[in-house]
Design a protein around this ligand. Sequence first.
Ligand SMILES: [Zn+2]
Length: 299
Amino acid sequence: MFVGDGSHPLDRQFRVGKFFGIPLDLHIVLLIYAAFEVLASILTMNFVRLLSPVILFGSVYLHELGHALSSAHFGARPRRIVLHLFGGVAEVPGGLSTKQQMWVIAWGPIVSGILAVIGIVFGIVFALIPIVGALFWWMGFINLILFIFNVLPIFPLDGGQFVRQWVTLRSGAREAIRKTLPWSMTILIVLGMLGLIFTWIGPLAFIIALFLLFINYQEVKRHQHLFNGPKGFWGHLLPGKSGGGFGRLSDRFFVWSNRSKAEELMRRTDEIGIHALKPHERQLLEKYLDAKFRLRGDA
Ligand SMILES: [Zn+2]
């Protein structure tokens, strides 16, 4: 994950050290989990078991290091990297240009992608060596998940942040928020519903989608003033100037479902005049012509 301003209210972290000039802190929950893993491996006399969490959190750390070092490259040295049980954060300071931010965001998934390829290739090469092969497969799998998860255009994941910066370059920051948040929420709703269908990874996907939807909702509330226009919030899913989005869809449906009736009314108006129509017929015709006019305005 990538956080722009670094104002993250995490409760308790412990400094492990400083690598590449960037301090690394571990969250208390992660430390408790690490202690549990060490104890469990001593009790079961299975020390290999320790390697899989080390690879997991090492992969998350290298992902964050990708963000952190590219930010430092542009002169904005991160205050620190924090690892907690469910991911990590590189606390990157502000002040970078939009293009520089896009690179900083991209370097997390790039690192994960490279590590995924290395893990899978060495997993195949060492497939016959019992523990080594399995650990490389594990490394490939973890990094593939990190990569996929972070290229989805979902706020506040890397993919979502990247797309927002990209639209900012073309249409400005306000329009970027208007265009990307409805899509982020739509994708999360679809993923959440898919989670309800699949039984294996489904419940986890559902919970993650719900959690991210909540974060998206807070972000929408924070930018509520940007969504007060005629398009509302969901209207930004579709292009067009008018009522937009669902307004446009409902116009389409209205025109489609009332075409024959409206054409008959127009014929009668041509023959006898508008006064020949009953009030409700006149209303329908006006509504029909309005909808047609709006759709033409959009095209
Ligand atoms: Zn990231």
